[in-house]
Design a protein around this ligand. Sequence first.
Ligand code: ZN
Length: 138
Amino acid sequence: MKSHTQYLWFNTKNRQEFINITLQVEEAVKKSCIKEGLCLVNAMHITSSVFINDDECGLHKDFGEWLEKLAPFGKDKYKHNLTGEDNADAHLKRTIMGREVVVAITKGKLDFGPWEQIFYAEFDGLRKKRVLVKIIGE
Ligand code: ZN
């Protein structure tokens, strides 16, 4: 069995952003030379997510508005923020949108459904954060 490990770095200009990272993950698969296997992509921070969905900007605005209704930003709204932090909403949003995705690799390519794309979701940005890409197979 072969394996390949790679880290993607992000430093977003906004506190909250959705970034399509499909091309970067495809490049990692190419670099791995693995033809049949699995590709794990996970956020390494507890205030950001990796998820799979459609690359459609209206949908991304819908996600943003929906998350803001469920976990609105606000320093005085949460017990976690009594520690002096202001990012309780980002922890909650991360939990809703998920930590990681796993995609099958078939014939050297990510084996997606027709509209599937991989996104990094930042909920407490303006600083350097990492995503792990781990590929295993033959
Ligand atoms: Zn926190």
